[in-house]
Design a protein around this ligand. Structure first.
Ligand code: PEP
Length: 249
């Protein structure tokens, strides 16, 4: 039985002090041991957020990292810098990173390998554009992204990762995929994991849905058989994020 995982992607929101206050308040309401709860906060807020959630079941994640261990990469953050301060999760290949910062499938693959080598739990994002959906190539596109991301990664490592299926047209738009659309794509992701590895790995890996999840639609989405929780952007910094974590099963 896969444990659900609900992660908030705070994006470029909240100063360290604001993050500490919100993380503390939200962790008190969203401390649900039956779900893995993660707040992916800005780099500068990681330490204060970690202190704020201490003693709860909430873990702190980063929203990105570089694939090199150190070096001349101005403005970047290395995996070891994250683990040393207590980061447990890292989002990799978010569509905003792909669209605005030129991240490629190859970068995603390198980051995934390095994250796993450092014991970070990667949340690997895949998903189609509106044009790709309209062209009927959603599943094909998502399959290619998953294959590229997991190239050269062992089955044992793959099961530690989380995949977030996030249709780009649903991110931050208020247009949520229907539960049928989300389930179809998450099932396809699980199928391709089974083809790359085996049925056991496919059964074990956790697959989230992301894209305009709200407190009102979370339960229907997360109760689909191939959806193991969500990656939540805008609604994760709202006062009722706890309603998403404590969705009705
Ligand atoms: C996201 O940024 O990963 C996301 C899903 O955003 P939103 O929930 O705001 O659509």
């Amino acid at each position: 039985m896969r444990k659900k995982i609900i992660a908030g992607n705070w994006k470029m929101n909240k100063t360290p002090a604001q993050a500490a206050a919100f993380a503390k308040e939200m962790a008190a309401k969203a401390d649900n041991a039956s779900v893995d709860v993660v707040f992916c906060v800005p780099y500068t807020a990681i330490s204060t957020a970690i202190n704020a959630v201490a003693g709860t079941n909430v873990a702190i994640g980063a929203q990105n990292m570089h694939f090199e261990e150190s070096g001349a990469y101005t403005g970047e953050i290395a995996p070891g810098m994250l683990t040393e301060i207590g980061v447990k999760y890292v989002i990799i290949g978010h569509s905003e990173r792909r669209a605005y910062f030129g991240e490629t499938d190859c970068d995603v693959n390198k980051k995934l390998k390095v994250a796993l080598a450092h014991g970070l739990i990667p949340i690997v994002c895949v998903g189609e554009s509106l044009t790709q959906r309209q062209l009927g190539i959603t599943i094909e596109h998502v399959r290619i992204q998953v294959k590229a991301a997991f190239d050269g990664i062992s089955a044992a490592d793959a099961t530690k990762a989380v995949i977030a299926y996030e249709p780009i047209w649903a991110i931050g738009t208020g247009v949520t995929a229907t539960s049928a659309q989300a389930e179809e794509a998450c099932a396809a992701v699980r199928q391709v994991v089974g083809e790359i590895y085996d049925a056991q790995t496919a059964e074990a890996i956790r697959i989230q849905y992301g894209g305009s999840v709200t407190a009102d639609n979370a339960a229907e989405l997360f109760n689909q058989s191939n959806i193991d929780g969500g990656l939540v952007g805008g609604a994760s910094i709202k006062d009722d994020f706890d309603r998403i974590v404590n969705y009705k099963r």
